[in-house]
Design a protein around this ligand. Structure first.
Ligand SMILES: O=C(CO)COP(=O)(O)O
Length: 138
């Protein structure tokens, strides 16, 4: 999973991650620099941190998505503040849609996604390589 939050949304991301910490510990976590630092410090989560978003972190996560290495993106982007790296933000969201992975842009959606029964498939120890979101049975 990849976790990203703009500055004004970081308290929301921290609160969400605190609520779902136990679930998060069962997955490999990527995050942009500052978001990942806060989650690691506050919640003692093991996180693979990239650069800060404005310095290329969004692009680094986008490249992981393009490589098929990310199954879920939680991106609390700020709808009220312009971002200097807006093109990177758009590119990250575009790649996530293109890759057809779930993208949660607010807490309500992130709550739905992380409590989805589909996510439970990935937590099955007998299927460690299963994707976060298994296809629905045919
Ligand atoms: O800017 C961001 C996403 O666009 C987030 O970056 P940080 O987590 O480094 O603040």
């Amino acid at each position: 999973m990849a976790l990203v939050a703009h500055d004004r949304c970081k308290p929301e991301m921290l609160a969400w991650a605190r609520t779902h910490r136990e679930t998060l510990t069962r997955h490999r976590l990527y995050a942009t620099g500052t978001t990942g630092g806060i989650l690691a410090d506050e919640l003692d989560l093991e996180i693979i941190r990239f650069r800060s978003g404005p310095l290329g972190g969004d692009q680094q996560i986008g490249s992981r998505i393009a490589e098929g290495d990310v199954d879920l993106l939680v991106f609390f982007w700020d709808p009220l503040s312009p971002q200097p790296h807006e093109p990177d933000v758009r590119a990250l969201l575009r790649l996530a849609v293109l890759a057809d992975i779930p993208v949660a842009c607010n807490r309500a959606t992130a709550d739905f996604v992380i409590t989805s029964p589909l996510l439970a498939v990935a937590d099955d120890p007998d299927r460690p390589e299963s994707p976060v979101f298994a296809p629905l049975a045919a």
